[in-house]
Design a binder for this molecule. Structure first.
Ligand code: SF4
Length: 456
């Protein structure tokens, strides 16, 4: 972010950057946790929640309202679009368009829950109307939020009255670590007040925590924070080069931790969560980076379709298109999951057609027809697994180390993200023996996942 933009938003010019030397809250994470709990308050007793080990394909959709935000997290997938006010995806869309997208998720894709993202959805003026609308049409609404706005109790009450399902709060560290990675002094204090408000209003919340370099020292304390404030779930997400992060050399060994650096701290965090019965999920980490007892929490592309807190590949393939992410223009024709099965050798020609709106519409119709027939001939699990492989191999350039050939999990593990492999190589691969595993649910089917309004 430019110095000008930082100062316009009131960001202190001396706020340490993500790759600065460790500061007090990293060196003394227990003290940072104590201060956070004093602000957020604690549950006296965690309620027993219904859970399940059944693993079926998720019906949760996702939508992006526009890339406008009140923070600047350095690892944000949309950071360029958020910084660039002239970018077509920057401004928020209209309520009418957002409703149309939600209705399509229900009518065409059969979704029963939705993650609503902005940028930051709580600063979109129509958000309460959209939450109400989602409830009306049978979508369990979750907002993915930094929770700054929720530091006022009356805001939380308004969401409760509108029918919010739950909030997925982005807790990217404790104290100064969080402020540093989101680039706003005071953000952590406001977020802790928001957690207190949510709990007092009786609104469920879960945590998302991106595994950035500065938070690694605090992972056990982030887990404690989740347990003691009453978060229902804690998701850890490796810092991946999706979207804008893939551009302009933003990632380096200074701000991306190596998997091996993460794993010791992550395992401590997972043990804390396990002991307290809090659901933990880790996205996009090779299975060999944690001990066997923790592999039930690892969700790579092949496991994601079975997580009811994650997104349906079919509807995500459609809402992820630029037409559904921007204010201007109509929504695009629906794209079926099978459409993404295009063989790699035709990819260039297909991309050429997709860049031309009139040809694109005709191609969608043709391809969707073929897709329907093909889908009828395959099981849903096969279809989603194939799409998982396309996302990992073609979209993200995932690769395996030579050592992976010896590993019993190779068939159900995506290996190493291509960009990560460029930064650090693949020498961390630690193959484990045993019979070759075939079912991507092999480990995750032993995990107890909470049943909420979306998966009931
Ligand atoms: S396939 Fe490779 S990356 Fe995956 S768990 Fe096995 S050794 Fe690790």
């Amino acid at each position: 972010m430019s110095a000008r933009n930082l100062s316009e938003r009131g960001v202190a010019p001396d706020l340490p950057t993500a790759d600065a030397a460790a500061t007090a809250d990293e060196l003394y994470p227990e003290e940072a946790l104590a201060r956070a709990l004093a602000l957020a308050g604690e549950v006296t007793e965690r309620p027993r929640l219904e859970s399940t080990r059944e693993r079926t394909i998720t019906r949760r959709g996702v939508m992006w309202l526009g890339q406008t935000c009140n923070l600047r997290c350095y690892f944000c997938y949309f950071i360029d679009r958020i910084e660039t006010t002239t970018h077509p995806e920057h401004p928020f869309m209209t309520l009418e368009k957002a409703k149309k997208i939600c209705k399509t998720l229900v009518d065409t894709f059969g979704n029963d829950a939705i993650d609503i993202q902005g940028g930051e959805p709580t600063i979109w003026p129509h958000i309460l109307d959209l939450v109400r609308y989602c409830r009306e049409i049978g979508l369990f609404p979750t907002l993915i939020t930094n929770a700054l706005v929720l530091d006022k109790p009356e805001k939380c009450q308004a969401y409760k009255d509108a029918g919010i399902g739950d909030f997925l709060v982005s807790v990217h560290g404790i104290g100064e670590v969080h402020d540093r990675v989101v680039q706003l002094p005071g953000a952590h204090v406001r977020q802790m007040k928001a957690l207190r408000n949510l709990r007092e209003a009786g609104i469920p919340f879960r945590f998302n925590c991106v595994l950035s370099k500065p938070v690694v020292a605090q992972l056990p304390q982030v887990a404690e924070l989740a347990v003691r404030t009453g978060a229902r779930v804690l998701n850890f997400l490796t810092f991946n080069p999706f979207e804008d992060q893939a551009r302009g050399g933003k990632r380096s060994a200074n701000n991306v931790p190596m998997y091996g650096e993460i794993s010791t701290q992550l395992e401590k965090a997972l043990d804390i969560l396990d002991d307290a019965g809090v659901e933990a999920n880790v996205r996009y980490l090779p299975l060999c980076m944690v001990k066997e007892r923790h592999r039930k929490s690892i969700y790579n592309f092949q496991q994601l379709p079975y997580d009811h807190h994650e997104w349906d590949y079919a509807s995500w393939g459609w809402t992820g298109l630029v037409e559904q992410r921007m204010k201007w223009g109509e929504v695009s024709p629906v794209l079926q999951l099978e459409t993404l099965r295009t063989p790699a050798r035709f990819r260039k020609q297909i991309d050429w057609i997709l860049a031309r709106p009139r040809l694109r519409s005709a191609l969608f119709k043709l391809h969707n027809g073929v897709a329907r027939v093909a889908a009828a001939l395959r099981s849903k699990d096969t279809l989603y697994r194939h799409n998982a492989r396309i996302r990992a191999e073609s979209h993200c350039g995932y690769i395996y180390a030579a050592a992976c050939n010896e590993c019993s999990a190779k068939n159900i593990c995506d290996g190493f993200h291509g960009d990560y492999a460029d930064l650090f190589g693949t020498s961390e691969a630690t193959p484990f023996g045993g019979p070759k595993l075939k079912d991507p649910r092999h480990y995750i089917r032993t995990q107890d996942k909470i049943v909420d309004g979306a998966s009931a």
